[in-house]
Design a protein around this ligand. Sequence first.
Ligand code: TYM
Length: 349
Amino acid sequence: MSAENSTRTHTPRVFSGVQPTGNLTLGNYLGAVRNFVALQEQDFERLYCVVDLHAITVAQDPAALRTAIREVAAAFIASGLDPAKSILFNQGRVTAHAELGWIFSCVARMGWLNRMTQFKEKAGKNKENASVGLYAYPNLMAADILAYRATHVPVGEDQKQHLELARDIAQKFNNDFNVPDFFPQPEPLIQAESARIMSLRDGTKKMSKSDPSDMSRINMTDDADTVASKIRKAKTDPEPLPSETDGLAERPEADNLVGIFAALSGGSKQDVLSEYGGQGFGAFKPALAELTVSKMAPIGDEMRRLTQDPEHIDAILTDGARRAAVLARPIMDEVYDVMGLIGGGRNGA
Ligand code: TYM
């Protein structure tokens, strides 16, 4: 629209979200939360959100949802996120998300959403009975990011397609309203070694909080004995570990366990194989169990301690929401203005 908009430079800003839908897993930790913490050492503004409005795209029990929201917040803090350095909040507390989500439902095209693999997986055979919200889910995710003009989004591999959609929405909005660079093109930040942590029962399936088998995943709140026993019982093959990463091809379970070891130890898969190549799982699994317990048990303990005090967590989320809303409101004012929506989002004020 104006020359000013076309030369806009966007403040480096990180946004990411985690759904409060049951147990958080080692996949959520290694694929996402741990990277949120690492970004605290870099020169970004950071917002980390418990995406409760995304959770309600499938049925939720209200009491269980309240508990789950606080548990994700506790996982953030127990993993090392400092509410003074990063804005921690839950999505439903900041109205900009729902407002911009609606606007983006009017920007995104049906054809774009029809391509989303996560909707197809989650809706399954019974698409007719899926909520409209589940279908429009990626529009709300784009709104989460762009309501803050976030430039970087740390996520696991499974969110890549949604991020691409967010980029398409940003681009179309900028073009439709002739406001070049109004929204940035948010970049995914995906850590190679931990982008896709797989099920302990089937190395071709993602480790997921919704898997019916609890043995398929390590939950962030599992105690040391449970973690050790899940790793002991994890599916493997009869071969010893190879000495080179090429030898992990066609061995999804071995590849996954080596990947978890690498991610937890901060090394590469090759580092792990240099140490354990030629050894069987009888030797490798106890080492992996010990490493996993040493990294995860303190976080689980801290989560349990924090969730004993829901008021403390709520105070952190309220403060975070207030700070988030301060960032989003002027951006939303501009959005309404460029679209011609007089007084949009102002509640009559
Ligand atoms: P959610 O809640 O399913 O997962 C939260 C984060 O954990 C990552 N993750 C994994 N990474 C590696 N291996 C796994 N097995 C694994 N399982 C989960 C996810 O990639 C994600 O980064 N749509 C998002 C939430 C969201 C969001 C956003 C993310 C809503 N708005 C805006 C970023 C920006 C989701 O359902 O994540």
